[in-house]
Design a protein around this ligand. Structure first.
Ligand code: ADP
Ligand code: MG
Length: 327
């Protein structure tokens, strides 16, 4: 089949855009795209960590989204779930519904996705391709491995643990606010915030290094307040967060204080890691961070839900976390 000829149907499309050779020496994927099933090897002493995320046109992205960014982000959000479990990515599956075949769009989508996949040695091992009656829907299922019993869970936070976060918070939400014309940013700040929104970099290496150190972890997809709330509920504890310690980008620092707070505390899509660790493991946490900026922002308490305080210890209003079905 010549690359210049348009694809004539589903099977040519799969052949041209989604078929990847399994690399020689692949330890976990025995058979990838092309048969009825992929075949994955069970490796003794390891557990599979599996996560699925769906992106729906009109809900998670707009129809004029840059397809390369969409390809990147559709995998990045899933790799971020593996990072939050401390898992090493191994392979992924792509189910995609398309209203029509637009090869330029598909080529850009695949390029954005496979660049990120290759950088994590995460092989596209299968999927499904179908026509959609409305917009594009993308479902990615990612599979990784962790040494048995070492996955980072939401349920392990203990009173006295410190609460840590990687990178900065509120940047993706600021990028989105800029896109919508709600805030003004300088050219370089705008570019940096939009990159944070469209090309999040999942904290995979950090998650792997936090195994055996963090007592609980989650990735910040729906905002600090909501996602830390999940850890607290699962762990049966409370926490106090010191707002002045919450790391934010200078572009957000230049906004008014209420905007800073709303975006950093409840803005979604940052895909940073939020985790807890005992204070005596502080040096190990910082060593695990290596090249990543890590900030201690608070402490786990025995009870009392989540409280955010300002520099004087007064309660700060946090607003509500994002929820698709909130009434
Ligand atoms: P089936 O009819 O058994 O579901 P398909 O014709 O849908 O098989 O798929 C053929 C092969 O192509 C399978 O190995 C499947 O995993 C793979 N495949 C289909 N769509 C995709 C996709 N979007 N990405 C990756 N692999 C895909
Ligand atoms: Mg199929």
């Amino acid at each position: 089949m010549s690359e210049s000829q348009p694809v004539r149907g589903e099977f040519e499309l799969i052949e041209r855009y989604f078929t990847r050779p399994v690399p020689a020496g692949s330890t976990h994927v025995r058979l990838g795209v092309g048969d009825d099933c992929a075949l994955l090897a069970g490796v003794p002493g390891e557990e599979w960590a599996v996560s699925t995320d769906m992106l729906v046109e009109g809900v998670h992205f707009l129809s004029d989204v840059d397809p390369e960014s969409l390809g990147h982000k559709s995998l990045a959000v899933n790799l971020s779930d593996l990072a939050a479990c401390g898992a090493t990515p191994r392979c992924y599956f792509l189910a995609i519904a398309l209203p029509r075949i637009d090869e330029a769009w598909l080529a850009a989508f695949v390029s954005g996705q496979s660049l990120l996949a290759d950088s994590h040695h995460c092989l596209l091992a299968g999927g499904d391709t179908t026509r959609s009656a409305s917009g594009v829907t993308i479902t990615v299922t990612v599979m990784g491995t962790v040494p048995q019993g070492q996955a980072l869970l939401r349920s392990g936070a203990r009173p006295g643990d410190e609460v840590w976060v990687s990178g900065t918070l509120g940047a993706a939400a600021l990028g989105l606010a800029f896109r919508r014309g709600d805030v003004r940013l300088s050219g370089p700040d705008a570019d940096r915030m939009i990159a944070r929104l469209e090309r999040p970099l999942p904290r995979v290496a950090l998650g792997e290094r936090l195994r055996g150190i963090a007592t609980s972890a989650i990735d910040v997809s729906d905002g600090l307040v909501g996602d830390l709330g999940h850890i607290l509920v699962r762990s049966g504890v409370g926490a106090v967060i010191e707002w002045p310690k919450v790391p934010i980008d200078d572009a957000l620092r230049s906004q008014q204080e209420p905007v800073q707070r709303r975006l950093a505390l409840t803005g979604g899509d940052d895909y940073e890691l939020l985790f807890t660790a005992p204070p005596e493991r502080r040096q190990d946490v910082l060593a695990a961070g290596a090249a990543t900026d890590l900030t201690c922002i608070g402490t786990v308490l025995p009870t009392g839900g989540l409280v955010v305080v300002d520099g004087q210890g007064r309660r700060v209003d946090t607003g509500a976390a994002f929820d698709h079905f909130r009434r």
